[in-house]
Write a protein that binds this ligand. Sequence first.
Ligand SMILES: [Zn+2]
Length: 228
Amino acid sequence: MKPPPKNFFSHLSLELGNLFFPPTCSICNAPNTDFLCKHCLGLLQQSCYPHGHFISRFGDLVFCSSRYTKEASLLIASLKYHRNYPAAQWIAKLIYPLLESTIPYSRLQDSVFIPVPLSLQKKFSRGYNQCELMVDVLSRMTGLPKDFQSLKRHTIFVDRDQIGRSRKERENNLSCQFEWVGRKTYPSVLLIDDICTTGKTLFECRQAIQKSNPQCFVQPIVFAHPEG
Ligand SMILES: [Zn+2]
């Protein structure tokens, strides 16, 4: 009797897995053999952010790939809360054309990717930073370096009296502070986040980077932003 082919058992376990848990689209859950069905991928590709950028409430020019549609929000949520790691690849693939079309090559080749960091508490409870996963893919796609260590986030309470406050009030009472703890300086940083609402986080990150690296050019880049 011939021995089974080399990948026989891995194929068998995949087939059995597919039998009991048929693959579905990560956004709409329709039966599908790919991570996203054609319909959802089409909707994501059509939801390009107008002109690829916006000015945040804090005055930063932010490059943005997608409008914050239902599909974009579900893709982010699947990565952020459901450990659906391949979503990082799809988000990075949607961001990538933006890098090529908006950033001059001379600047791009001097740049380093830095993800917006999570606080230690949040990274510990979630187990990973979804922006680091996105940066891993973008760094592989472009060949540009990445730095996960130099920018740190501290989450502090504005005051200590949280008893009797609603969850929303308690969250509003948090202040995010960032600090550059790295020894290196960079001429250009591509600051990556999954979603931007007001732009406060990106602004605070840029301030922290430029406090220690005044000459550093910081370009915030996000996957999604609610238009208008
Ligand atoms: Zn779908």
